[in-house]
Write a protein that binds this ligand. Structure first.
Ligand code: FES
Ligand code: FE2
Length: 222
């Protein structure tokens, strides 16, 4: 189900564009909100997200390469910094001001690259959610992955907000006893910019995956 009529993108918000490690080996091409984006890290370690279309002849910048001064287009060699400014044109000193590729605010934090697809003037980094656990793999061992899901993104949101399926669909893994899910303490209300939701299941048996992975015994709160 991918009908465009069903895709009212919320643009003025921070989204996870990629894991930082995904650009370790150079460029990353990713389509976000139906827009082709190239994400890269420059020689100084700064990250940038640009429209994946060179302002010269429209070549996808993901066919280029990262040089000492920026992302070099693979067609005629124009090079762009992480803000989309052209910083080098082979064979000429004059760089016209219109030599600029659209760029999107991109913030690297806790191993995540957060992108803002809306009005850049509204991109407030203080609104980005902190995930400090990613920076402490010894205390919080974890693995990262990116799943591509061939469906309308709203079905995925719907699935993740519907926790009552856990005890049934995932009963033998992360779910556990379905009746304990039904009896969870929940609080949800609207906030200025969205919604607040908290859900507690207190003093209950850890589900099978917790028992196996975390070696939990006795009762847990979650
Ligand atoms: S199309 Fe990129 S330099 Fe010409
Ligand atoms: Fe599920």
């Amino acid at each position: 189900m991918t009908r465009k009529a069903n895709q009212p993108f919320v643009r003025n918000a921070w989204y996870i564009a990629a894991w930082a490690e995904e650009i370790d080996n150079g460029l990353l091409a990713r389509t976000i909100m139906n827009e082709p984006i190239v994400i890269y890290r420059d020689a100084d370690g700064n990250v940038g997200a640009l429209e994946d279309r060179c302002c010269h002849r429209g070549a996808p910048l993901t066919h280029g390469a990262v040089t000492d001064v920026g992302l070099q287009c693979g067609y005629h060699g124009l090079t762009f910094d992480t803000k989309g400014n052209c910083v080098d044109i082979p064979g000429q000193k004059n760089i016209p001001p219109q030599a600029h590729v659209r760029h999107f605010p991109l913030v690297e934090r806790n191993q995540i690259l957060w992108i803002w697809m809306g009005d850049p003037a509204l991109a407030d980094e203080s609104q980005i959610v902190d995930y400090p656990y990613h920076d402490d793999p010894v205390k919080w061992p974890h693995r990262k992955a990116m799943f591509q899901i061939k469906s309308n993104y709203m079905l995925m949101i719907d699935n993740l907000m519907d926790l009552t399926h856990l005890g049934y669909v995932h009963g033998r893994t992360i779910g556990g006893n379905p009746l304990q899910h039904v009896g969870a303490d929940m609080d949800s209300h609207k906030t200025e910019k969205g919604a607040y939701f908290i859900r507690w299941m207190l003093e209950h048996d850890p589900p099978p995956t917790y028992q196996k992975g975390g070696k939990f015994t006795g009762k847990v709160d979650r």
